[in-house]
Design a protein around this ligand. Structure first.
Ligand code: PMP
Length: 409
């Protein structure tokens, strides 16, 4: 039966009367996912706190991070161990601090960015916390919309790179937040090779979801540092990853990989910040996983818990919103992007909020919070239990339909 504004309003009043309190905002692991890593808490390190080289991990030092955990993630990320550092729990700290170092000191061979007009390219929709870092540090952001098929607009990027103020670019190369799209090899090689007016142009290649597959296909990460070296731009890419959505989001290990010159540059500045990371946490991770296959097996257990949740989102959106927008069907990562009819996202999110369903603010996936089409709603399905997720997506779909009907008059 076709919806009318009246029937949708009546359905919405019923929804509100239920007094729900549900949360679809942040891509957090559920408690059941966190439980998969309880073995980390059970490890008794009182007699096991020396690494393979005999270093006492309780003590200061070891700025590069524990070799054993770097070796595991070296294999998973395809980055040689000497070019991969292990840090604290948040890869966002690496990203933030690297930009601060670039502002104050310049990147290797470059001048300090501070005081200059510095811009970053931001594929959109993208990750709100990336945009928060560049906004907070006074870096101008230039939105570069993904193409309709989810691929990067390489010609547009090439044009922007002719501008010498463009010094950086945010990019989530695999299962992007929030689109779920992945960069293919041809695009990665193009990014590695594009001429850039700024000789110190850097791509912040945030591979946060490198091993977070939602299907049996488990593609290996692109060998971006090799592509860059082959293209004659060996220092172009800063690679990031972390165990935040592998083990415990608040108590994991982050990674930073890059060219030998960039690693030496980073270490020079980082040595002033800290005498070394939490090596016991890193050691626990090495012990818990054993090897890269241990991580792969662990990620399949995550998949068993969360793939059904993505299927719920897909089913309900198909049932309720076919003909009223579009959405992604990701094969990995943590998000579904719902593109509601143009001009409805802000209102739909507001309606959802008033009915007790918290959704990431409309516009959050865009620099400065501005979605020019007011369309994108980011859905994070992992955290709520399945029954709550069903209720929340049904409710959100109703809010989109009502917002659309209101707009139509
Ligand atoms: N990068 C991306 C693309 C993310 O989606 C997230 C988590 N939402 C992060 C980084 C955060 O990583 P970390 O916990 O290592 O700081």
């Amino acid at each position: 039966m076709p919806h009318t504004l009246e029937t949708l309003r009546a359905d919405y009043e019923e929804l509100k009367a239920r007094g729900l309190s549900l949360d679809l905002t942040r891509g957090k692991p559920s408690a059941a996912q966190l439980d998969l890593s309880n073995g980390l808490l059970d490890l008794d390190l009182s007699g096991d706190h020396r690494d393979g080289a005999g270093t006492d991990l309780r003590n200061y030092g070891g700025a590069d991070g524990v070799a054993e955990v770097r070796a595991i993630f070296s294999e998973l990320l395809g980055i040689p161990v000497p070019q991969l550092l292990a840090g604290g729990n948040a890869s966002l700290t690496f990203m933030h601090d690297i930009i601060v170092h670039a502002l104050l000191h310049g990147v290797a061979q470059g001048e300090p960015w501070y005081g200059q007009d510095v811009a970053f390219l931001c594929p959109t929709p993208g990750y709100d916390r990336h945009f928060a870092i560049t906004e907070a540090l006074g870096i101008r952001m230039i939105a570069v919309p993904y193409l309709a098929d989810g691929s990067l607009d390489v010609p547009a990027i090439a044009q922007h790179l002719a501008d010498p103020s463009v010094r950086g670019m945010w990019l989530v190369p695999q299962y992007a937040n929030p689109t779920g799209s992945s960069v293919d090899e041809a695009t990665a090689r193009a990014l590695a090779a594009l001429p850039a007016a700024a000789s110190d142009f850097r791509v912040f290649w945030d591979n946060a979801y490198a091993v977070h597959h939602l299907t049996a296909a488990e593609p290996a990460p692109l060998d971006i540092l090799r592509f860059a070296a082959e293209a004659g731009n060996p220092d172009r890419f800063f690679v990031f990853a972390s165990t935040s959505k592998i083990t415990q989001a608040g108590a994991g290990v982050s990674f930073f990989g890059s060219s030998p010159a960039n690693i030496a540059w980073y270490k020079m500045h980082a040595s002033v910040q800290t005498i070394g990371p939490d090596k016991l946490s890193q050691w626990r991770h090495a012990r818990f996983f054993g090897d890269a296959d241990g991580v792969r097996a662990h990620m399949r257990r995550h998949r068993a818990l969360i793939a059904p949740k993505f299927a719920i989102v897909e089913r309900i959106l198909t049932e309720r919103l076919t003909g009223h927008g579009s959405w992604t069907t990701p094969t990995g990562g943590y998000f579904v992007t719902l593109s509601a009819p143009d001009g409805t996202a802000t209102r739909a999110v507001q309606l959802a909020k008033e009915a007790g369903i918290a959704v990431t603010p409309a516009g959050a996936a865009f620099p400065y919070g501005v979605d020019p089409r007011d369309s994108v709603i980011r859905i994070a399905p992992t955290m709520p239990p399945e029954a709550d997720l069903e209720t929340a997506i049904e409710a959100l779909a109703l809010c989109v339909l009502l917002a659309e009907a209101e707009l139509a008059g």
